[in-house]
Design a protein around this ligand. Structure first.
Ligand SMILES: Cc1cc2nc3c(=O)[nH]c(=O)nc-3n(C[C@H](O)[C@H](O)[C@H](O)COP(=O)(O)OP(=O)(O)OC[C@H]3O[C@@H](n4cnc5c(N)ncnc54)[C@H](O)[C@@H]3O)c2cc1C
Ligand code: SF4
Length: 514
């Protein structure tokens, strides 16, 4: 009698080679990965994002086969591919006489619902397993903040440090402080040369041609013969190690800096590898701790190390917890009732605003911008201009190589757009040109004048900033963290306030011409 066969589904962001499923090949287990239109088409993605996921999935399937596992891989152009999970799974179950279906917990609400429903309708038994990737469960954060009004990252992060005994000296934080954020706010001053970003030369010509031939709508550019992102675990570890050696020693210092000299400065560029699970968060944290305690040069100070670990042990797990605590309502949140269309230049980088041109331009070129560009340039501008969160959300979800909804949406609607009304951020992240000028070299190369508030060449961030505060007064004036700005606004001469409003109105009426 032949053993009953099990079909196991692996999603494109579940490429965790170290998962217990893959410990040894089992004769009666078949793995399936599929390139489906339901995933390429739910938003307009960057071409590098689609190609990167497919290339990494193909490499993963090859690795499994080499290790003796049985794999079915449905390519985009496979005639049997019906381009949605349910039809493909049903087809395989029938064709291969499958007796059981198993899958791993999806990280996206949309897929979680779909697979849950699908499993309940299948003609065979099913089961779902953990991805063995995250450091918290979906509901840990809800538990942590039970009965509290605010979900502040900092208290969660401290709890995680204690729980995992990371950067702890007994019960106290190493270095005497939990957070070295104050030391992480330097402008790039050229004191340390920025190492050229580690890039790969993966050949994804076939995949890029397939995407084009299928008529999938994408944005951005790709060099198919020299695809720069890691597509397997070996490359993911290489990019991590290069970061630890060359960038971590200066990571914290220049974490918030922006410059036209480099598109990634001292950032790790490991988000794609992490979010596809080619790398695990704890192995990244442990590797950074090992690098810092070794005697390699340059040495890694606590303010660099803590700044990096906070992003992974703190922010990354925290946004995932917020996601599961607040979906699906989070997806449509628009606390400030913003309604304006996203300016066209978000799709082309064709604008005279240098900061936006640089951030969007590199995003179209590399499917990447670092955190402060996302938060304080593209996000800040959209918020000040009054863009509808649905539109800016779809843009962030499409354009970045690392964009998967559980991490993208909390950063976008919560941290960047204040659309959740303050669950994540204690105040809207807005600034005038002053901040961008302080943290970058953009303003010196700009058509607009960062110091002017009104007039032809006045930087739009300046009048839009005051106009934003004025427009949302009823919702924001009581916020203690920005109340002071309202007092400044109220103290301004009436004619100055009027001129700022007029200037902002004219910019808001002509966003596409800026
Ligand atoms: C509007 C907006 C949208 C964003 N969308 C995404 C997204 O779709 N996917 C995504 O992974 N990150 C997103 N982020 C967070 C952050 O910008 C990226 O994780 C980071 O830029 C990735 O580049 P890196 O690997 O070089 O990061 P580094 O700066 O080197 O940080 C190291 C790692 O820390 C983690 N991390 C850092 N900041 C955050 C954060 N705020 N939330 C969660 N994890 C964090 C990431 O895994 C990152 O790889 C967004 C931020 C903003 C403001
Ligand atoms: S002057 Fe204004 S628009 Fe130009 S780069 Fe500076 S902040 Fe951006």
């Amino acid at each position: 009698m032949t053993a009953k066969k099990t079909l196991r589904l692996i999603l494109g962001d579940q490429l965790n080679e170290r998962h217990s499923w893959f410990k040894r090949p089992e004769a009666n287990v078949v793995y399936v990965l599929m390139e489906v239109r339901q995933e390429t088409d739910y938003v307009k993605h960057h071409i590098q994002k689609v190609a990167g996921f497919f290339a990494a999935m193909r490499a993963f399937a090859r690795r499994l086969e080499e290790a003796g596992h049985s794999v079915r891989y449905l390519c985009l152009d496979d005639p049997a591919n019906q381009h949605n999970f349910e039809d493909n799974i049903n087809h395989i179950i029938k064709k291969e006489k499958i007796a059981r279906f198993e899958y791993l917990l999806p990280d996206e609400y949309r897929l979680d619902q779909q697979l849950n429903d699908l499993a309940s309708r299948l003609p065979v038994a099913s089961a779902v397993y953990d991805t063995e990737h995250f450091l918290t469960t979906r509901s840990d954060l809800k538990q942590h903040f039970k009965g509290k009004k605010r979900f502040l990252m900092e208290s969660f992060y401290r709890q995680m440090r204690k729980q995992y005994n990371v950067l702890m000296d007994g019960k106290k934080p190493v270095g005497g402080k939990w957070n070295f954020d104050q030391s992480n706010r330097n402008r790039y001053d050229g004191a340390v040369p920025i190492p050229a970003p580690k890039v790969f030369k993966n050949d994804v010509t076939d995949i890029a041609a397939l995407i084009t031939a299928a008529g999938i709508k994408t944005m951005g550019e790709i060099k198919p013969k020299a695809f720069i992102w890691p597509i397997n675990r070996k490359q993911a570890l290489q990019i991590l190690n290069e970061f630890l050696d060359k960038r971590l020693p200066h990571f914290g210092t220049y974490q918030d800096a922006m410059t036209t000299e480099s598109w990634s400065l001292f950032h790790a560029r490991i988000s794609f590898a992490l979010n596809t699970k080619m790398l695990g968060p704890m192995e990244v944290i442990e590797a950074s701790l090992r690098r810092a305690s070794g005697n390699k040069k340059p040495s890694v100070g606590i303010e660099q190390l803590e700044g990096f670990i906070r992003q992974i042990l703190g922010w990354r797990e925290y946004v995932r917890g917020i996601y599961w605590a607040h979906m699906p309502a989070y997806e449509t949140s628009n606390y400030l009732n913003q309604r304006v269309d996203l300016p066209d230049f978000y799709w082309t980088a064709d604008t005279r605003l240098k900061c936006l041109q640089a951030a969007i331009g590199q995003s179209l070129e590399h499917a990447y911008a670092h955190h402060i560009q996302r938060l304080m340039v593209t996000g800040n501008f959209a918020l000040l201009a009054g863009v509808h969160p649905d539109q800016i959300d779809a843009w962030y979800l499409g354009i970045y190589i690392d964009a998967i909804q559980w991490v993208e949406i909390v950063n976008t609607r919560g941290m960047s757009q204040f659309a959740d009304g303050g669950i994540v951020a204690t105040k809207p992240y807005i600034s005038s040109a002053n901040y961008i000028h302080k943290m970058s070299d953009y303003c010196g190369q700009c058509h607009y004048d960062h110091k002017s508030k009104t007039g032809d060449r006045a930087c739009p961030f300046n009048s839009l900033y005051w106009d934003f505060l004025d427009r949302h007064r009823t919702k924001l004036a009581k916020n203690p963290r920005i109340g002071m700005m309202y007092r400044t606004w109220d103290r301004m001469k009436a004619e100055n306030r009027k001129a700022l409003k007029k200037q902002a109105r004219s910019y808001r009426n002509h966003l596409n011409d800026l």
